[in-house]
Write a protein that binds this ligand. Structure first.
Ligand code: NAD
Length: 261
């Protein structure tokens, strides 16, 4: 498949799943807008190597996706640099764990802003470009926690359930514009977001990181195996293909059987 000439904004693509998806799209010819936080030199190296290796145009936006105005600027800048916006991957996300009664208000607000509201603001700004082109792809990275819950994750679970609902509305509103909108629901992926949770568990339980990795998988997934950013990149790529032209409003689990139980 060739995505040559298409431009993809992938939020939170300086790390983890977002980087896996940005790489898969670049490998198949898409121009990329990288976004996310991190060391400026490392991000510039990443930007330059993706562009060189795959022969595509790659720009970087440091937009904080908790801020609507920065998302608007990111989309406008992408259209100026690349000509249009064809694919958006709403991937940036954060986690915080605590029982509801102790959950800090500011953490709730940040998780809802970054994991949910950012998708609304990005779609609002980018969909007019896709409608004008008669082609577009919206891919929202939800989670197994968009379909089922776990204790201590109220804001995250609420945001991810909300993201799946939002995906369905975008799908309905764009059904006859050549645009599809789908959610991907990963199980455990060993990225910095999950590595922190494992390190916290190892400290609390006075055990090793390796032992906590095993336990984390066993608690939730029948398959005791991490999904990788490359697996998720391949699924996102499929959703951008012509074969997926009528798949819209769906949620794709890639979770080692987590939500089959
Ligand atoms: P990660 O921590 O490796 O990457 C998160 C990315 O988001 C980073 O690039 C970070 O800089 C960026 N980011 C964070 N806050 C931002 C902000 N305000 N503005 C712009 N960028 C911001 O995490 P990951 O595991 O790759 O997670 C990516 C997505 O996948 C998240 O939405 C997460 O909820 C979801 N997810 C992850 C897992 C998993 O097991 N890792 C499972 C299910 C769903």
């Amino acid at each position: 498949m060739s995505l040559q000439g298409k431009t993809a904004i992938v939020t939170g693509s300086t790390s983890g799943i977002g980087l896996g998806i940005a790489t898969a799209l670049a490998q198949n010819g898409a121009n990329i807008v990288l976004n996310g936080f991190g060391d400026a030199t490392e991000i510039e190296n990443l930007r330059a190597s993706l562009a060189k290796e795959h022969g595509v145009a790659v720009t970087y936006s440091g937009a904080d996706v908790s801020k609507a105005s920065e998302i608007k600027t990111m989309v406008a800048d992408a259209a100026t640099a690349h000509g249009s916006v064809d694919i958006v991957v709403n991937n940036a996300g954060i986690q915080f764990t605590s029982p509801v009664t102790d959950f800090p208000d500011d953490k709730w607000d940040a998780i809802i802003a970054i994991n949910l509201s950012s998708a609304f603001h990005l779609c609002k700004a980018a969909l007019p470009f896709m409608k004008a082109n008669g082609w577009g792809r919206v891919i929202n990275i939800a989670s197994a926690h968009g379909l089922v819950a776990s204790p201590q994750k109220s804001a995250y679970v609420a945001a991810k359930h909300g993201l799946i609902g939002f995906t369905k509305v975008v799908a309905l509103e764009t059904a006859n514009n050549g645009i599809t909108a789908n959610a991907i629901c990963p199980g455990w992926v060993l990225t910095p977001l999950v590595a922190k949770q494992i390190a916290d568990r190892a400290a609390t339980n006075k055990s090793s990181v390796a032992a906590e990795e095993e336990k984390l998988l066993e608690e939730k997934q029948p398959m005791h195996k991490f999904t990788t950013p490359e697996h998720l990149g391949a699924l996102a790529l499929f959703l951008c293909s012509d074969a997926a032209a009528t798949i819209t409003g769906s949620s794709y689990s890639m979770d080692g059987g987590w939500t089959a139980q």
